[in-house]
Design a protein around this ligand. Structure first.
Ligand SMILES: Cc1cc2nc3c(=O)[nH]c(=O)nc-3n(C[C@H](O)[C@H](O)[C@H](O)COP(=O)(O)OP(=O)(O)OC[C@H]3O[C@@H](n4cnc5c(N)ncnc54)[C@H](O)[C@@H]3O)c2cc1C
Length: 196
């Protein structure tokens, strides 16, 4: 078995121009488009809570995390998702290195022997069940929440703002909070007019 930290990769990230075009269509002020005008108008939209306009921008992120985080994430209904399937992926194949990959847990001693034994036992049982003829989609029932998964999450910027508000809050689970904060920091660098 292998244990990895959570990570993410931004696959698509719109710039401000499409939002500026949408907003200026309302006022027919396209003639005012110039260098720097997109940032100014988007700042005003956000300040005045005219957030329908920022729905014209979107981002897609590939997230490598555990199954507990994705279980929480997919409750956000305005995202589109594509997730690694435990029904179709057979972790006994070479491309998975014939092992189960798990994700490091936040706020926990990841070297705890009981924890590691539980992960090892789950892996061993999963492979034993495949050997006994079980299909991956059934054998997966013994894999724990810490099992690694990859999910591509796409949403418009308004929904990302909402997601960050809920999932970076101290009330959020530490695991989703950590990855949400990391993604939020990257969004802030790329688009401070909306995300800072
Ligand atoms: C700290 C925390 C603890 C939680 N604990 C639990 C728990 O114990 N049990 C549990 O089941 N869930 C729990 N959740 C999940 C929570 O109930 C929501 O399902 C999840 O946060 C998605 O929030 P949302 O509906 O605002 O967002 P999204 O689904 O992303 O929707 C965004 C916004 O769109 C609007 N919207 C979307 N769909 C509709 C609709 N059908 N009707 C009207 N407006 C809509 C709403 O304004 C909504 O806020 C928890 C979430 C958090 C952050």
């Amino acid at each position: 078995m292998k244990i990895l930290p959570q990570s993410f990769e931004i696959l698509q990230f719109d710039d401000l121009r499409v939002i500026e075009l949408a907003a200026r269509n309302c006022y027919k002020s396209e003639d005012k488009i110039e260098d720097g005008s997109a940032a100014r108008i988007v700042l005003n939209l956000v300040k005045n809570k005219h957030l329908a306009m920022i729905e014209f921008g979107s981002a897609a992120v590939r997230v490598i995390t555990d199954r507990a985080v994705t279980h929480e994430w997919v409750r956000h209904r305005l995202f589109s998702y594509a997730q690694e399937s435990q029904r179709y992926c057979n972790y006994s194949k070479d491309k998975f290195n014939k092992e189960i990959t798990y994700i490091e847990q936040e706020n926990a001693d990841n070297q705890n022997e009981d924890y590691l034994n539980a992960l090892r036992t789950a892996e061993k049982t999963y492979f034993a069940l495949l050997d006994a003829g079980w299909l991956p989609q059934i054998a997966r029932s013994v894999l724990p929440n810490a099992t690694k998964t990859e999910i591509i999450c796409k949403a418009n910027f308004r929904e990302w703002l909402h997601f960050f508000e809920l999932r970076t809050s101290p009330a959020a689970h530490p695991q989703i909070r950590k990855i949400a904060k990391e993604i939020q920091n990257e969004f802030r660098k790329r688009l401070p007019e909306i995300f800072s």
